[in-house]
Structure formats: structure tokens, C-alpha cells
Design a protein around this ligand. Structure first.
Ligand SMILES: NC(=O)c1ccc[n+]([C@@H]2O[C@H](COP(=O)([O-])OP(=O)(O)OC[C@H]3O[C@@H](n4cnc5c(N)ncnc54)[C@H](O)[C@@H]3O)[C@@H](O)[C@H]2O)c1
Length: 382
């Protein structure tokens, strides 16, 4: 069995909540070896290594801590292992290219990069070296997304016509490290979280976006920086369908659940309508402990295992596992390039070659937001 050593660039929220515990679980299964996490500040690594949930679930596991630039750690990693890029959105490109040039497979958190040309460069470099770059769009591994993809592609719903998606993160995001990078020049609510539902609508339907209009509202962050903390987007698809996407960092901290989110789609087969509604936040669980809450059993949870201890479950874990197993599949293939082409064509994992529409929408969305919501065409969605 192949076992990958991992260098992780970034040690923030997504690493704590999903990536590190998933890698620890994969280490239990023998798929992952040494894990090194690189961060600029010692306190990031201290907080991560001291996280109580992770320690309870994996009492025997630790990671190597490195304070400083990730480049030197990547350079020390033997070739054809794995680099995880979990940095703020605008820093992904340099980190992914550094990893590829050091002959490493890459797991990148979404969005891969902010510009189409950068995605094309990544695709070329990865293909030249027969390496996998997988973009971690974990909603794809929510069974409801896979069910919808299967049913849509079987023609059961009819053709997508109109849809609405919402993803509002909690107000308290503004007080986190976000305020240092989630500024008008780097990102916006649509780029950060709207991309999930763009990716999902393509994942379900196979349609491609043709034009984008994003209206953004600037708002102050606690440290005085300004960000587009509220966005309303309209995306037109290549069959003429229209998707409205609203995003913000505004969901009240007092509200149950970690955010509010969901997708509604309307379809037609010419003779009857079709309908799909995913409530992606309320998953049917209500708790009252010291407060009322609505935990999601579907994204990422630690549950007791029959062997004793805790194991991570949910589509957050499955997504990381699928990417690591795909890296192993490439390594074990007699023809690595053919294995990579197969992964692109299957379309279950998002790769630079099969999800370019994400960068196209983000890039067009950025141009639109900066011009007050003008319609920006995507000329040749691939
Ligand atoms: N649902 C998802 O797929 C999902 C969810 C959350 C975050 N993400 C993505 O993960 C990435 C990181 O998000 P996060 O929530 O972990 O953010 P975070 O702010 O909690 O962590 C960012 C990490 O990058 C490091 N860093 C390096 N250079 C930095 C810089 N110049 N400014 C600020 N931080 C810097 C920080 O020290 C920290 O370890 C983003 O690209 C985000 O879009 C994806």
C-alpha cells in the first residue's frame, strides 16, 4: 500500500475542523505517514495541536510543527508525496505551483485559484509531471449531491431552468483571522462561499456558466478593514437557465447551526415541472443542552467506533479520503497520465482540467462586483 507523507500549508479553521482529523484517520488506515503543518505564527500551531476534539479522537497522534514559509518543507518532502494547500484564497496559486515544481500531488481547498490563466498554468504543470491536483469541493461528497447528479443525468428531473442558492456564514467570522485577509482587494462573499453552489450546479447538471453578475455590499470588519461581506449573484448557464446565489458573513451567532445554506432548483421536461430542494443546514437533528442547536450529522462529526475511541464521519472526511485514494491510484497506475485523464473524465473529483468554470465564474464575478454588478460574459466555458 502507498503511504503519503504530507506537508500542509496553513493551519487555520478548515485544517482544524476537517483536514487534519481526516488525515489522522487515514493514517490509522495506513494511507498517510508523516504530517508537517507550516504556519507563519507559532500560536496557530499551538492552537491546532491543543485542540481538544482532535486530541480526544486521536490521543496517539501528533503532527510536526514548522513555523515559517512552506517552501523549505515542501523542498524536503520526497517526490510524489502530498501537499495540502489550506491558505487564504489569494495565496493558493503560489503554493500549488511550488508543490508541483517539487513533484508533489496537491490537495487544494476551494477555490483553487482566482484567475482562469492561473488554473490553466496549474493544469499544464500537473499534467506535464503526471501529478494529481484535486480541489476539495466537499459538498460533492454529500450523498444528496451524488443522488441529484445521478437523477439529473438520468433525465428524471427534466432540464434545469431556475434556481436559488444561499450560504450565509456566521457573523463571528468577522472577528476571526478572516478580518486580516477577507478584504475587498482579495476576496468577497461570492468568491469565498458562492463557489460551492456554482460547483454543485455543474456537478449535478453538467451545464456550464455563460455570464455572471455580482452585486456586493462593502462592510467594515472589526479591525477597520473593509470587505464585500454581502453578495447577490446571478449566473446564466449555457442552456439559458438562471441561478441566483446569495452569500454573506451575517448569520446571527445566536442562531442554531454553524451557518444557513441550501439549494433549490426548478426543472422542466416540456410536459411537467421538476423540483429539488436541499436544506444543507438543518439536517433534522435538534439538541437542547445548555443551548438549542441543530448539529449536522452529515458534514463532519466524531462518532464512537466499535473498536473504542472516536472516528470522523461525514462528507468532509469522505472527500479527503477520496482525494488521497486518487493520489494512490495515480501512483499505482502503469500509465499515470491515463489514470489522471480518467479521474478528469469521471468528474467526481474536481480537478483543474474539469472544473475551469469555477475560476471563470470567480474571475467574471470579481470584474462584475468591482463594476457595481455589471453583466460579465464568459466567452468559452470549458
Ligand atoms: N467549505 C470549504 O471548502 C472551506 C471552508 C473554510 C475554508 N476554506 C478555504 O480554506 C482556506 C483557508 O481558510 P480558513 O477558514 O482555514 O482560514 P483561516 O484564516 O482560519 O486560516 C488561514 C491559514 O493561513 C495562514 N496564512 C498564511 N498566510 C496568510 C496571510 N497572508 N493572511 C492570513 N493568513 C495566512 C494562517 O496562519 C492560517 O493558518 C481558504 O482558501 C478558504 O476559502 C474552505
Amino acid at each position: 500500500m502507498i503511504r503519503f507523507d504530507v506537508v500542509m500549508a496553513g493551519g487555520g479553521m478548515i485544517v482544524r475542523d476537517q483536514i487534519l482529523p481526516s488525515l489522522y484517520q487515514l493514517r490509522r488506515l495506513g494511507l498517510i505517514g508523516e504530517i508537517t503543518v507550516c504556519a507563519r505564527h507559532e500560536e496557530t500551531l499551538r492552537a491546532l495541536s491543543g485542540d481538544e476534539q482532535i486530541r480526544e479522537a486521536f490521543p496517539a497522534q501528533t503532527f510536526r510543527q514548522y513555523v515559517g514559509a512552506y517552501d523549505s518543507m515542501i523542498a524536503h518532502l520526497p517526490k510524489r508525496n502530498l501537499v495540502v494547500v489550506a491558505l487564504p484564497d489569494h495565496l493558493h496559486f503560489d503554493a500549488v505551483m511550488t508543490a508541483l515544481k517539487a513533484d508533489q500531488h496537491v490537495l487544494a481547498v476551494k477555490p483553487l485559484v482566482l484567475y482562469t490563466a492561473e488554473a490553466a498554468e496549474i493544469e499544464k504543470e500537473a499534467s506535464r509531471r503526471a501529478l494529481l491536483v484535486a480541489v476539495e469541493y466537499h459538498k460533492r461528497f454529500d450523498d444528496r449531491s451524488l443522488m441529484a447528479r445521478r437523477k439529473y443525468r438520468a433525465g428524471d428531473f427534466g432540464e434545469f431552468k431556475l434556481g436559488a442558492a444561499v450560504l450565509m456564514e456566521k457573523w463571528n467570522y468577522r472577528h476571526s483571522n478572516f478580518q486580516n485577509w477577507f478584504t475587498t482587494d482579495n476576496s468577497d462573499a461570492f468568491t469565498y462561499i458562492g463557489c460551492h453552489y456554482i460547483d454543485l450546479v455543474h456537478f449535478i447538471t453538467g451545464l456550464l456558466p455563460r455570464s455572471v453578475s455580482v452585486y456586493g455590499i462593502e462592510d467594515a470588519l472589526p479591525n477597520g478593514n473593509t470587505g464585500y461581506l454581502w453578495t447577490d449573484a446571478r449566473v446564466i448557464w449555457n442552456n439559458g437557465a438562471c441561478l441566483n446565489v446569495q452569500n454573506s458573513l451575517s448569520f446571527p451567532d445566536e442562531a442554531p447551526g454553524t451557518n444557513t445554506q441550501g439549494l433549490t432548483m426548478y426543472f422542466s421536461n416540456g410536459e411537467r415541472g421538476g423540483y429539488l430542494r436541499h436544506d444543507d443546514q438543518y439536517r433534522g437533528v435538534q439538541y437542547v443542552t445548555s443551548t438549542y442547536s441543530e448539529p449536522s450529522p452529515d458534514y463532519f462529526q466524531y462518532v464512537p467506533a466499535e473498536s473504542g475511541g472516536l472516528v470522523p464521519v461525514g462528507y468532509g472526511y469522505r472527500s479527503i479520503e477520496a482525494i488521497v485514494r486518487a493520489c494512490a491510484r495515480v501512483e499505482q497506475a502503469r500509465d499515470r497520465a491515463a489514470a489522471l485523464r480518467e479521474i478528469d473524465a469521471e468528474g467526481i473529483l474536481a480537478t483543474p482540467a474539469n472544473s475551469r468554470y469555477n475560476e471563470q465564474v470567480i474571475e467574471a464575478g470579481r470584474r462584475s462586483i468591482l463594476s457595481g454588478g455589471a453583466i460579465v460574459r464568459i466567452e468559452s466555458a470549458t
